[in-house]
Write a protein that binds this ligand. Structure first.
Ligand SMILES: [Fe+2]
Ligand SMILES: [Fe+2]
Length: 184
C-alpha cells in the first residue's frame, strides 16, 4: 500500500514524524511492515476519513501515528509472561504513556483515549470518541494481511506463537477444516 501524504497532514505530524524517537520505529517489525510504516498508514487513512466526515482530523492524525508507540520491539522479549500481560493486551496503554512522555504538547483527553482504546475488542473497554473508532477500524484494516492465514492470528493479537491459546486456536482451526472437509 503506497501512500502519498498531503501537505496539511504532513504539517500536523511533522515534528513527531521527524523526531529521533519516532524514526527508531523504522527498525521495529509490525507483521510484514515496520511500525513506522504501519503507523503512518493508520494515521493517514484515519485523517482522510475523519476530514471527509467533518470530525477532528488533527486528533486522528496524531493518535493514529502514536497508537503503537510502545517502548521496545516486543518480538525480542524472551521473558515468559502470562497471557494478559503479553504485548497485544498491554501495548495500547504503554503507547499512551510513552506518547505522553515524548510528545506531551500533542496530548489531550481525546488523543490519549484513541491510543489507549485502539485494541478494542481485545482490550475490552471501547473507544470513547468516534475518532477512536475510526483509528481502531483502520488499524484492523491495515493489519488484514495477517488474517490471510488464521494460524497467524497470534501475530495480530500480539502474543507469543507457542502460547497455550495459540495451540488451542491452531487445533480449533485444524478441526474446523476437517469438519468442513467432511461436510463437503
Ligand atoms: Fe496496536
Ligand atoms: Fe496498529
Amino acid at each position: 500500500m503506497e501512500i502519498n501524504l498531503d501537505k496539511e497532514y504532513y504539517n500536523i505530524v511533522k515534528e513527531i514524524l521527524e523526531s529521533d524517537e519516532f524514526q527508531k520505529r523504522k527498525n521495529y517489525k509490525h507483521h510484514n511492515d515496520s511500525v513506522y510504516d504501519h503507523c503512518i498508514k493508520v494515521s493517514y487513512i484515519s485523517y482522510k476519513i475523519s476530514k471527509k466526515l467533518g470530525l477532528d482530523y488533527q486528533a486522528c492524525a496524531i493518535a493514529g501515528l502514536l497508537h503503537d508507540f510502545y517502548k521496545k520491539p516486543w518480538q525480542n522479549d524472551r521473558t515468559h509472561k502470562p497471557l494478559f500481560k503479553q504485548h497485544g493486551f498491554v501495548h495500547a496503554k504503554e503507547a499512551s504513556i510513552n506518547a505522553s512522555k515524548y510528545f506531551p504538547k500533542y496530548m489531550n483527553k481525546k488523543v490519549i483515549d484513541c491510543i489507549k482504546r485502539h485494541m478494542f475488542p481485545l482490550n475490552i473497554i471501547p473507544p470513547k470518541y468516534i475518532e477512536g473508532w475510526i483509528i481502531t477500524m483502520v488499524d484492523k484494516y491495515v493489519s488484514m494481511d495477517v488474517f490471510k492465514k488464521p494460524a497467524n492470528l497470534y501475530k495480530y493479537v500480539g502474543i507469543k506463537e507457542n502460547s497455550n491459546l495459540m495451540n488451542c486456536v491452531r487445533k480449533s482451526y485444524l478441526n474446523f477444516i476437517l469438519v468442513l472437509y467432511a461436510i463437503i
